[in-house]
Ligand binder design. Structure first.
Ligand code: UTP
Length: 407
């Protein structure tokens, strides 16, 4: 792209300031910036209103597959799931493209060591959990790991250095998620260097289109993988490729399954499974009115009591159907390092602008059917978001110990 073409493109989106340091750049830097302008989709910044639009749909309770029923059918479901795993029908996708800013480490979150008397890296914990199923099934499961431009090399290097924590290397595939520009509150993109627009990963909802763009869907096809279990990097207790969960989704014939836990308080800050206009969806905690929070089902239990834990199963066929559909971009307020007008890099102490993210929860509602599947909170939900306090390294350690895990 030439400078003139770049100017035209930027003008169209009101981002002319991106070239303000251009004349002071070296020839290489100029080319780098022009290439970035060429590949950046600025139009996404004008579409964010989609996510902000008020949701007028009618919310009603959804039937959740609850623990007593799961226990009753447990063995059957497990066999069904294991059988399908042995046929290679399931793959796992680790969502590890986030920035983990709340944890405050500059390394990828999965490299964080939660051990006390020995090393226990988050990635290691997740691989151990997956290995439990691999052992039971007697065959490896393909694991796709989503990284971002910001943490890809470190993540891949770490897996190599640790020899994939004993997992067969041929079954681990890395792909990068796409990036979007980060802006100030007026929608003007920040610069993270004189020759680079500030960008951030486009949220965890872009995972399938990124997997597809990386070419790894060829592996999915070749191996006959029909379902993908996606899971967050930060829940160190979760069961991955859980055959009972998989069996339940297969039995229900649903396009999607969501692991859920009972909320610990009516106003707990988690997204809750529900129906929106009769369609399986997730209602965010801040959308849940007091009235809905207090509503009871026919058994007198809270009607909206099951929160999602970012562990879902999706049918590949259904994912392919929606891969080109537009997903809303959610605006998230964050701290974004930027170049000021004098060309100094500023690391803000408070949020100073917006990042734009696609979210997996929007994918759930793009599916034609879905089954919420209850799991025991204390056994499967130990998220690490912060260093201390709620959802932290400390609270996760306690939960691991409670489950007999030696740290
Ligand atoms: P979070 O919503 O906790 O975001 O991610 P984060 O970026 O990791 O952490 P903070 O908010 O900056 O502290 C939930 C899951 O989604 C993944 C994360 O890696 C984590 O597994 N994720 C998030 C992505 O893969 N890509 C993204 O762009 C965002």
């Amino acid at each position: 792209m030439t400078r003139e073409e770049a100017e035209k493109k930027l003008e169209k989106f009101g981002q002319e300031h991106v070239l303000r340091f251009f004349d002071s750049l070296s020839e290489d830097e100029k080319q780098e910036l022009l290439a970035q302008i060429e590949e950046t989709d600025f139009s996404v910044l004008t579409e964010t209103s989609v996510a902000e639009k008020k949701d007028e749909r009618v919310i009603s309770p959804i039937k959740v597959l609850q623990l007593p029923e799961i226990e009753k059918k447990g063995q059957n479901l497990e066999e069904k799931g294991l059988d399908a795993i042995r046929k290679g029908r399931l793959g796992a996708v680790l969502l590890a493209g986030g920035m983990g800013t709340r944890l405050g480490s500059s390394d990828p979150k999965g490299m964080y060591d939660i051990g006390l008397t020995r090393h226990v890296y988050i990635f290691q914990r997740l691989i151990e959990n997956l290995q439990d199923v691999v052992k039971k099934a007697g065959c490896p499961i393909h694991l796709f790991v989503m990284t971002s431009e910001k943490n890809h090399d470190k993540t891949v290097g770490f897996f190599r250095e640790k020899e994939y924590f004993g997992y067969p290397e041929d079954f681990v595939h890395f792909f990068r998620q796409e990036m979007v520009p980060a802006t100030d509150y007026d929608g003007k993109v920040y610069m993270e260097a004189k020759s680079r627009i500030a960008t951030s990963p486009n949220g965890n909802g872009g995972w399938f289109s990124s997997l597809d763009a990386s070419g790894l869907t060829d592996v999915v096809d070749k191996e006959g993988i029909e379902y993908l279990n996606i899971f967050a990097v930060d829940n160190v207790l979760q069961r991955i490729a859980d055959p009972v969960f998989f069996g339940a989704v297969l039995e229900s014939g649903s396009e999607c399954g969501s692991k859920v836990v009972r909320k610990n308080a009516p106003d707990e800050a988690v997204g809750v499974m529900c129906l929106k206009d009769g369609h399986p969806s997730i209602v965010e905690y801040y959308e849940l009115t007091d009235e809905l929070m207090e509503e009871k089902d026919e058994n007198g239990e809270p009607a909206y009591d099951f929160g999602v834990i970012l562990n879902y199963l999706f049918s590949v066929k259904a994912l392919r159907r929606i891969v080109n559909d537009r997903m809303p971009l959610h605006v998230v307020e964050k701290k974004i390092p930027y170049m000021d007008d004098e060309g100094r890099l500023i690391n803000p102490e408070k949020p100073n602008g917006h990042k734009y993210e696609k979210l997996v929860l929007d994918m759930v509602e793009m599916m034609n059917s879905g089954v919420p599947f209850e799991v025991v909170r204390e056994k499967e939900f130990a998220p690490i978001k912060n260093r201390t306090g709620k959802d932290s390294v400390e609270s996760a350690r306690e939960l691991l110990k409670l489950n007999g895990y030696v740290l």
